[in-house]
Design a protein around this ligand. Structure first.
Ligand code: ARG
Length: 272
């Protein structure tokens, strides 16, 4: 029952993991006593960038800053819809200084940046679908920020409560598949409170559901361009389900970045 899928060229903003490290623990994936291989992290990251370019996407880069090891997770720095940039205010004090550097990049590129009043972590928790902004809360981004996002974009914000600390950002538990008439999502239901799960079922009765194994393999931290799904090679069951629906999984291994709790989507800010 595969429908025909059409990719759309995207513009992505990324940040090289030159200063990547696990120096603090702000999610259950992070263990500061485990060594990270920065060369491997950089090699894996370069293959992500190469893969995007090969598939026709534009990739811009922010210069990494020493002492900000999580700056590679560009998704957390903002959410951009129709060229309007809603910046971030990180929960963890260790990450707060990242915002300045991303804001500087956006401003130098001709964008105004809205500075939020409440804690919110960009596309980590704020996922534009076209019709809505799906908005996670529970670990990082606050309910107050959801309200601010709705006022700023004038798009309905659907608040969703995350309940499992391994899936501390919405983008670790859900990603957007098709757009427009084909708007759909893939998600891991148990990452959400019962009410939020019900909301997702109502909005997306045809969603692709992932198993816990797929979610723990960072399979939901994926980027879809309408046809290709840039995703963890370890989420094999999910890749099969996506292929059954007419999507083309494109494996990108970011195992070294997983030591900080990040994957494909975490490394990718979309400039819409
Ligand atoms: N170590 C980072 C943190 O916990 C990882 C962020 C991953 N980013 C994401 N979009 N989920 O904040």
């Amino acid at each position: 029952m595969s429908e025909s899928r059409v990719p759309r060229r995207r513009r992505f903003l990324v940040c090289e993991p030159r200063h990547f490290a696990v120096q603090y623990a702000i999610n259950p994936w992070m263990h500061p006593d485990i060594r990270v291989d920065v060369d491997l992290a950089q090699e894996q990251w370069r293959s992500l960038v190469h893969t995007y370019r090969v598939h026709g996407h534009t990739v811009d880069t922010v210069e990494p800053v020493p002492g900000l090891p999580d700056m590679v997770f560009a998704a957390n720095s903002a959410v951009v819809v129709d060229g309007r940039v809603f910046g971030s205010l990180f929960h963890a004090p260790e990450r707060r200084p990242e915002s300045l550097h991303y804001d500087t990049w956006f401003k130098a590129s001709g964008y105004d940046v809205h500075r939020p009043e409440s804690v919110c972590e960009g596309e980590g928790d704020l996922v534009p679908t076209g019709r809505y902004v799906l908005a996670g809360t529970g670990f990082r981004t606050t309910r107050e920020a959801h309200h601010e996002v709705q006022e700023f974009f004038g798009v309905p914000v659907i608040g969703l409560t995350l309940v499992d600390p391994y899936f501390y950002h919405l983008d670790t538990a859900l990603f957007v598949l098709g757009e427009g008439a084909a708007e759909n999502i893939a998600y891991y239901p148990d990452a959400f409170s019962p009410g939020s799960r019900e909301v997702l079922r109502r909005l997306y009765p045809d969603a692709v559901e992932a198993t816990r194994e797929d979610a723990m393999a960072f399979g939901l931290n994926s980027v879809c361009d309408g046809l290709h799904v840039f995703m963890s090679p370890d989420a094999t069951a999910l890749a099969g389900r996506l292929a059954d629906r007419g999507y083309v999984p494109v494996p990108v291994d970011l195992s070294e970045l997983r030591k900080a709790g990040g994957g494909v989507k975490c490394c990718t800010q979309e400039i819409r």
